[in-house]
Design a protein around this ligand. Structure first.
Ligand code: PSU
Ligand code: MN
Length: 307
């Protein structure tokens, strides 16, 4: 492991790839530690990395180990974050205090994006973004993913946001915050488990090369500092059954209400309800989404490297 001038430890392979301009894809660790149930989570984390490699890029899974920021967790560190009992969920604001206390922590879309950009990584694959929660008008619960993406020049490949959130409000906030959103081979915004959330997007891109060209144009123009969200929907025949989806969502929201779940626990509680209530079907869909996004992100990183 090598320490960069911004005190982010780079895995040896990531360090070498960045030094020689080889394609690198950032991956987050919160989906591993908090988003996927054990024991599948560690297996899936390794599969995500393998898909990035199979598509010609080097994976850089990001997280905090014993208070140190790492981009390119080795298998021991990845295992520690996947199976550890006390792994904190770290957004950007948590990083300094968590480092001071020497904790193990998983990074969200917000912190992974910020760390990746600081380390010089331009493409990031995840499952779904955080966003505006359904009761946000009362609770003010809006993910720091949105504000961080407004300040972070990175391409984030995702499958939109889960309909556990207020999708329309999330899209409005992305617009206000100046985060670009493009559908990949679609003009509909995906709803994670389902390929159409019911909302459209302004831009459609059809190739990794077009996305790489947008990355280069953003750099060349020097005007916009925010992220480009590439929304990559599941194929029709792979999405979760719409009725099952709607029923499970209604039940999950009722549980959150009944148990008084608030703050950053809301997302993990709803996700684990989905996985339990669909007998693993939503988990299988979730894994497919992440693997597909990892593949597309690697293709974008490769295209960006060859332009
Ligand atoms: N959405 C998902 N799966 C996830 C997350 C979001 O479909 O695992 C995780 C991501 O790490 C995201 C974070 O950045 O939850 C957002 O949490 P919060 O709403 O507390 O900001
Ligand atoms: Mn929140």
């Amino acid at each position: 492991m090598i320490v960069t001038d911004v005190n982010i430890q780079l895995g040896a392979e990531v360090k070498a790839a960045l030094a020689t301009g080889q394609p690198v894809v950032a991956l987050e660790s919160t989906i591993v530690s908090h988003g996927l149930p054990r024991p599948d989570n560690l297996r899936v984390a390794r599969e995500i990395e393998q898909v990035v490699r199979d598509n010609g890029a080097v994976p850089a899974t990001i997280g905090m180990v014993g208070g140190r920021l790492v981009a390119g967790l080795d298998d021991e560190a990845l295992t520690r974050l996947a199976v550890g009992e006390n792994v904190a969920k770290l957004s950007v604001r948590d990083l300094a205090v968590a480092a001071a206390l020497g904790v193990d922590g998983a990074t969200t879309v917000a912190s992974t994006s910020a760390i990746a950009a600081a380390a010089g990584i331009g493409v990031f694959a995840t499952g779904g973004l955080g966003g505006v929660h359904r009761e946000a008008a009362q609770t003010f619960d809006e993910s720091a993913d949105l504000t961080t993406l407004s300040q972070t020049p990175i391409v984030v490949v995702c499958a939109g946001v889960k309909s556990i959130l207020d999708v329309g409000a999330t899209l409005e906030r992305l617009e206000t915050l100046g985060v670009a959103v493009a559908g990949y081979r679609t003009d509909r915004f995906p709803g994670f488990f389902i390929r159409d959330s019911g909302f459209g997007v302004d831009w459609r891109v059809d190739t990794p090369e077009q996305i790489a060209a947008a990355m280069r144009a953003q750099r060349d123009q020097g005007v916009h500092r925010g992220a480009l969200v590439v929304a990559n929907p599941l194929p029709q025949d792979e999405q979760l059954d719409q009725d099952l989806h709607d029923r499970t969502l209604a039940e999950g929201l009722a549980i959150v209400e009944r148990d008084g779940v608030t703050g950053k626990r809301v997302t993990p509680v709803l996700l684990s309800h989905f996985h339990a209530a669909t007998q693993g079907r939503s988990l299988a869909v979730n894994v497919r989404i992440i693997l597909r996004n990892a593949a597309l992100a690697a293709q974008i990183a490769v295209a960006a490297g060859s332009q």
